[in-house]
Structures are given as structure tokens and as C-alpha cells.
Design a protein. Structure first.
Length: 352
């Protein structure tokens, strides 16, 4: 039987603060972390709770407001991970535990009168001396939020939708700015079912997001990982501007992702052209939402020049819309050498 020794009150009062500090340090917390967690709008956007607010403007409203560019506006609080993304996802519990650490996160979705499609961006909302402001990094603008009964009022200061800081070249080409024009200054956003915002979130995923497991899982396999394709004479006859006869993508046996939360690999790319010449180049490819983005120059590893996307359970697609493979291989390629469907293959298919 163990004897329990009770410390005198004075000694307990001296030691207890150090014990609390030690436990907080072990857990990665500051002493005031739990007390500091808060939502800037707890009545409408409580911590750890999914929420959807929005409005779809009908033809009658838009006819009365001819200078209103926004035809729909939604705000989404989301704690459901998306396993179809290439970035490894946190669990719902992890997402909720991080909520309210100085701010809360929302996604804004808008549709525009003069442009087809759905536009969006992520914002951080926090309290200021003048109320609640939701803003986008790198001076991307934002809006102020205030309660109006069960609804929210968004006072627009102008904000970027698709594009801005950290956007890919593809996103920059689609970028737009919701300017606070004559009829786009204030939006009343009513409570909506979470499913309505979830449908918007799902609609922005590329088609290939549903085509097999994420590429990060395929590249994480032990040993060499090879995706390759050899084109026969019939295919090349149908594509006279395709110079590549054989294409291979290889992850070496000893290659490892340098960061499990943001996987990046050095991959070997090989081609053989119609005239029998062979070219090889190593470069970096990193996760980028629903794809792996690759640079033609490994010295510029943040540049996104071409992409690897899913093309089924046993294939991936190399997409080179800008024709940068010419620079990667320093080879004279044709206009049909920008899209390659590569199949999961034995390692030997990548060695030539």
C-alpha cells in the first residue's frame, strides 16, 4: 500500500503555478489559451459550429438594382475535412480545437452578374475597436460583419475572390475583385442550411478530384513509384504534332516527402521523342489543393508551371497548359505535347 504525502498549504501554493506552467508547456498551450478562445460573433458564429449564411438575388431585385454586380453571396463556417484534397487533412476534432485562436475562419462564395462561375476566398474574422472585420491576407481586402436579428449584414470594403496572395497562375487568371460599388456596399445574409453552403464548396472541386485516391498517397508508397506511357504508331498518326513517343515519371526508392503536412518530392521526368532522342530532368512537385504543382526549374521551387492530377485509380494526368515542358527538357516539343495520361507501371517502365 502506498502512502500519500500531502504537502503543506504554503508549499502547495508555491509549487502549483510551476506545475500548471509545465503542463501547459507540454501541451503547447499558454496559461490563458482556454480563456482566450472566443468568437467575435458568438450568437451567429459560435465556436466549433458549422454555419451557413447567404442570399440569392432574384431577377426582380437585380432589375431594381442595375449596378449591383453580385447575384449571390454566401458565408460558410466549415469543420468537415476534405479527403479529396492533396494536402493531408486535419480531423474535425483538430479543426474545432483550433477555432477561436485569435480569430475564426469563413469562406465567402459569390456569383457575379457579368461573369459565369463561382468565385470564392477564405477570410479571418476578428474583433476590432469598431466591430467585427473579416479580412484576406496580403491586403486582399474584406468586409465588416454585424448582427441584424437572425441575419448578418456584410458591409463591403472590397475584397479579392480567387487570386491574390499565394494564388496559382491559373487562379490569378480567374481573379476578380468585389468592389463596393453603388449597389454592392451592404449585403444582408440570412441563415441557410449548411447543405446549401456545402453544395457550393463541393461545386468548386475540379472533376479529377473524384478520380481515384490522392496522388500524395500514391507517391508515399515504399520503393520506386513509376507512372509511364508508350504511344504506338496509331496514336502518333492521329496526333501528328506530338513529338513524345514515350514518357515516364519516377519517384526514387529513397525519395521522401520533406514535410508530411505539405508533401513535396523531387521527381525524375524522362521522355523519348519520335526520332529516338532521350531527355531526362529532375524537378520538384508539391501539393497544391487538388493537384501536385511542378516547376520547370528546381531552383524556383515555388513556381507552378505544370500539374499532376488524378485520372483514375491507376493513372495520373500531366497537364502542361503553358507548354513549359519545352523548358524543362530543353527539347523541341510539339503543340500536342501538353497532356499525358500516365499509367501506374512496374519500375522498369521508367528506366530507359
Amino acid at each position: 500500500m502506498h502512502t500519500v504525502r500531502v504537502l503543506p498549504p504554503r508549499l502547495r501554493s508555491c509549487i502549483l503555478p510551476f506545475v500548471v506552467l509545465a503542463l501547459n508547456a507540454l501541451c503547447g498551450m499558454s496559461p490563458a489559451t482556454a480563456q482566450d478562445k472566443a468568437s467575435p460573433l458568438p450568437s451567429h458564429l459560435p465556436l466549433g459550429t458549422e454555419a451557413c449564411f447567404g442570399r440569392n438575388y432574384d431577377a426582380a431585385h437585380l432589375a431594381k438594382h442595375p449596378q449591383q454586380r453580385v447575384t449571390s453571396f454566401h458565408l460558410f463556417r466549415d469543420f468537415t475535412p476534405d479527403p479529396s484534397k492533396e494536402t493531408p487533412q486535419s480531423t474535425p476534432e483538430q479543426l474545432r480545437s483550433e477555432d477561436g485562436d485569435g480569430s475564426i475562419h469563413v469562406t465567402a462564395f459569390v456569383r457575379l452578374r457579368d461573369r459565369p462561375g463561382l468565385f470564392w476566398n477564405g477570410l479571418e474574422c476578428h474583433k476590432t475597436d469598431s466591430g467585427v472585420r473579416c479580412g484576406i491576407d496580403c491586403d486582399g481586402g474584406g468586409f465588416r460583419l454585424r448582427a441584424a436579428g437572425q441575419s448578418l449584414m456584410a458591409d463591403n470594403e472590397g475584397f479579392v475572390v480567387v487570386g491574390g496572395c499565394g494564388a496559382s497562375d491559373d487562379e490569378q487568371e480567374q481573379a476578380d475583385f468585389v468592389s463596393p460599388g453603388a449597389d454592392d456596399r451592404t449585403f444582408r445574409l440570412d441563415p441557410k442550411p449548411v447543405a446549401e453552403c456545402r453544395a457550393l464548396e463541393d461545386s468548386r472541386k475540379p472533376a479529377w478530384a473524384r478520380l481515384g485516391p490522392p496522388i500524395r498517397e500514391r507517391l508515399a508508397r515504399d520503393g520506386e513509384v513509376c507512372f509511364a506511357r508508350s504511344y504506338d504508331a496509331a496514336h502518333l498518326a492521329r496526333h501528328p504534332k506530338q513529338k513524345v513517343r514515350r514518357f515516364a515519371l519516377l519517384k526514387a526508392a529513397d525519395a521522401r516527402a520533406d514535410n508530411p503536412d505539405w508533401p513535396s518530392y523531387e521527381l525524375t521526368f524522362r521522355i523519348e521523342t519520335r526520332d529516338g532522342k532521350r531527355y531526362e530532368k529532375k524537378t520538384n512537385c508539391s501539393v497544391d489543393n487538388y493537384a501536385f504543382a511542378c516547376t520547370h526549374d528546381p531552383q524556383r521551387d515555388t513556381q507552378r508551371d505544370f500539374y499532376l492530377t488524378r485520372a483514375g485509380a491507376s493513372a495520373i494526368m500531366l497537364r502542361d497548359r503553358r507548354g513549359t515542358l519545352v523548358e524543362l527538357f530543353d527539347a523541341p516539343l510539339g503543340s500536342d505535347d501538353q497532356l499525358f495520361r500516365l499509367h501506374d507501371s512496374p519500375p522498369g517502365a521508367c528506366h530507359f
